[in-house]
Design a protein around this ligand. Structure first.
Ligand code: GLV
Length: 311
């Protein structure tokens, strides 16, 4: 089966070349724009596709993303209504995210920002430390990745609260919240807020003044969802007022973050370049193969997102 590789933001072929090579006997990958035989392309691999990217593939049946979030493919104006959008579900990616989030929760809990400043200033000073049991972590988004993050944090001794759109069964020890009232009930108990939500019209801008104000004073934000979830000016105001003591940001409304952006030098912000986690070559290869098998059988591929819901 032929698969068009549609790269705009970065070079998917060089980044995921190993996965594409691994399945080359079953899936022929061709770089977009495919000039010859575009009508034989039935699946695509895409991330931030060009607005008109899908116009030239009349027989396209499914598009695979390279991650958990499908928002940037779903937002593409040329994506035909009948085409399935498939996300990658990778336990290794979830584990990587769990490690990343835990590191940042501990960074806040154990006051590492202050220790680093003290080291730069050659100050030898012990700081008052709090046990994990005294630092409640609220997780926005309890899907496959949220589950793993929550389990990891609970294992480290943090009280974990989880918010999802609709009620979900939770393992013992985790407290679940849902709906708007549930969101504010959770925030009232939250010291560290972890955003893992998919980007949808309902979640856009959810990290705003009201959200920060509802949290425990001196709280901390870990933003690993999508840049568009955050109202940047509201974060800066919450940091200035002390309502939040700091933030770890991995995703931004504009990526790469512009050179003159205020976040670069902000003393209470630590940043990473949308690198909190990544999928493995094996997971991507397996997703492409499972998608091709389903398309050939005329079935819906596994992990096809609900296009109405947006994830
Ligand atoms: C990364 O941003 C992902 O959606 O997996």
């Amino acid at each position: 089966m032929r698969c068009a590789v549609i790269s705009r933001k970065f070079d998917l072929r060089s980044y995921y070349g190993k996965a594409l090579a691994q399945i080359a006997d079953r899936i022929e990958s061709v770089d977009h724009p495919v000039t010859e035989g575009a009508d034989t392309v039935r699946i695509a691999l895409a991330w931030h596709p060009h607005p008109d990217a899908f116009e030239c593939y009349p027989n396209l049946k499914a598009v695979c993303t390279i991650g958990a979030g499908a928002d940037n493919v779903l937002a593409c104006p040329s994506l035909p209504k009948h085409v399935d959008v498939v996300r990658v579900v990778d336990p290794d990616q979830a584990q990587m995210m769990a490690g990343f989030v835990s590191w940042h929760v501990i960074w806040h809990q154990r006051k590492f920002a202050t220790f680093m400043q003290h080291q730069r200033d050659r100050i030898w000073q012990r700081l008052e430390q709090r046990p994990a049991s005294g630092v409640p972590v609220g997780i926005l988004g309890y899907g496959k990745i949220g589950e793993r993050v929550a389990a990891h944090l609970a294992g480290l001794g943090f009280p974990v609260l989880a918010w999802s759109r609709a009620p979900k069964p939770l393992p013992a020890g985790l407290r679940g919240f849902h709906g708007r009232d549930g969101l504010f009930a959770m925030l009232a108990e939250t010291e560290v807020l972890v955003n893992l939500l998919p980007l949808t019209p309902e979640t856009r801008g959810i990290l705003n003044r009201d959200t920060f104000q509802a949290m425990r004073p001196g709280g901390y934000l870990i933003q690993v969802g999508r840049g568009e979830h955050l109202v940047e000016a509201d974060l800066l105001a919450a940091l200035d007022s002390g309502q939040l003591s700091g933030a770890s940001l991995d995703v931004f409304a504009v990526e790469p973050l512009p050179q003159d952006h205020v976040f670069w030098d902000h003393p209470q912000i630590i940043m990473t370049p949308h690198d909190a986690c990544d999928i493995s070559a094996d997971a991507l290869a397996a997703t492409l193969v499972a998608t091709a098998v389903a398309v050939r059988a005329g079935e819906r591929p596994p992990h096809a997102v609900d296009r109405q819901r947006g994830y």
